[in-house]
Ligand binder design. Structure first.
Ligand code: IMP
Length: 431
């Protein structure tokens, strides 16, 4: 019953889509367990780019069951569009290969309206959310006023819950946020339509996964965002509204902790983040712009340019500890080609003190200066490398340095966007 969890080590966008896509070849079931359509996974197959926001990347493998777990917040309109697009491309012909948890919460139009209006009101201090209504939906879940798929499919419960919610949200939207109100009848009609379309896919996915694992099926859990965007352990308040670490696979998919057999952390060979918030190794100069350009660092969900900087081992070590990483998948190593010298942050300096661990306080973080170790670069293109021996010596040295600083072995190194541009060192399902 191998159950492998894949998480982002940094602030998201580490290239999880590609890694999950490769691992999914060995999986019978692929599961999303938190986040929503704030995530965007780009996968390149046969030179065709596919961006997935809600459906797990396993969908590109015929015969793989994809599960949207209870911890995910689902915008049904976006999900239906994604299903339709996938079907147009010849995927998901049999829709029973996609299963949605009856306990997953729904993103409603008022959640999106509140998310965007609040960001506008925050002005300079904005979080830089994706504007998809993720935070307000999780708020309602915790406030116990959310609407789940099980509620959507029960007409009486849905009618009452929606009436209550719209009354409350409209008062808030109008009086506090100075926004337009939401029309009850329109939302009701739209969501009844979504209910009819999605009802056949809605099941108790916790039970489904328990049975799958008990039957020895290989299950892959695909984390959204990254460890540093975790609502508890990330750069709060510049975080997403869910727990993104591996432990969240248990609560967000409804599986027991002792089911998990391996956790793979995906990290870029450098660092990026979108949105606001602390980023100690950020490069605000030409080098940062070069990484942004060469790495095509523009958000898959919002198209926003990503902030770029050096690899940060303080961040990576925190991810190793919080997620119990059994291996690292290093992505975008090829983007560093052509740089004379590479830098890796080993600790921070703050007020004359050396910090080995990521601090919680924002003012400490704002003063933290990275302490760098310097390594020699390489000029050779890497995309044809299929084993470590194919890499230039300095690229191998760089990988070893990341392994040593994090005390974690690498299991995969990505040297280009395509599925085949990858060095596979260990299979998380068998090794
Ligand atoms: P939210 O998740 O839309 O509420 O946004 C909160 C923060 O998380 C913002 O800084 C977003 O840019 C960031 N974020 C959310 N999802 C992703 C992702 O998939 N990749 C990178 N950043 C993300």
């Amino acid at each position: 019953m191998p159950a492998v969890v894949v998480v982002g080590v940094q602030w998201g966008d580490e290239g999880k889509g590609k890694v999950v896509d490769i691992l999914a070849e060995h999986a019978d079931v692929v599961v999303r367990y938190q986040g929503g359509n704030n995530a965007g996974h780009t996968v390149v197959v046969d030179n065709q780019k596919t961006v997935l926001h809600l459906v797990p990347s396993g969908v590109l493998h015929r015969g793989t069951v994809c599960v949207i777990g209870n911890g995910v917040v689902v915008d049904p309109e976006v999900l239906i569009q994604e299903i339709d697009q996938l079907r147009e491309r010849g995927y998901l012909e049999d829709e029973s290969f996609l299963k949605i948890s009856d306990r997953a919460h729904l993103i409603m139009p008022y959640h999106r309206a509140i998310d965007r209006a609040r960001e506008r009101l925050r002005g300079e201090g904005l979080i830089g959310t994706t504007g998809r209504g993720i935070g307000p939906t999780y708020e309602d879940k915790m406030a116990r006023i959310g609407i789940r798929f099980a509620d959507l499919l029960d007409e009486r419960i849905f009618t009452e819950a929606l009436r209550r919610a719209i009354d409350e949200k409209n008062a808030y939207l109008q009086a506090i946020l100075k926004e337009q109100v939401i029309d009850y009848a329109r939302v009701y009609d739209d969501y009844r339509r979504y209910a009819a379309r999605l009802a056949p896919l809605v099941i108790d996915t916790g039970i489904y996964l328990d049975r799958a694992l008990a039957a020895g099926r290989r299950v892959l859990f695909e984390g959204g965002q990254g460890t540093m965007l975790d609502v508890d352990h990330g750069t709060y308040p510049y975080v997403t509204s869910s727990n993104t670490i591996a432990g969240a696979a248990c609560s967000g998919a409804g599986i027991a902790p002792n089911r998990i057999t391996a956790v793979v952390g995906i990290t870029k060979a450098y660092t990026t983040r979108v949105g606001s918030g602390p980023f100690p190794t950020e490069l605000l100069d030409d080098l940062g712009r070069k990484l942004q350009h060469d790495g095509e660092e523009f958000g898959a969900t919002t198209g926003r340019p990503r902030r770029c900087g050096w690899f940060d081992a303080v961040v990576a070590r925190q991810a190793v500890r919080l997620n119990g990483l059994s291996g690292l998948a290093i992505t975008k190593l090829d983007v560093l080609t052509g740089l004379k010298k590479l830098r890796v942050c080993v600790a921070y300096e703050c007020g004359g003190r050396r910090l080995e661990e990521f601090p919680a306080g924002l003012s400490v973080l704002n003063q933290a200066r990275p302490i760098y170790e310097e390594l020699p670069g390489w000029d050779e293109p890497l995309s044809r490398a299929r084993s470590l021996e194919d890499l230039p010596e300095n690229a191998r040295r760089y990988i070893t340095c990341l392994e040593e600083l994090t005390a974690t072995r690498s299991v995969m190194v990505s040297v280009g966007a395509r599925r085949e541009d990858t060095i596979i060192l260990a299979n998380a399902f068998t090794a």
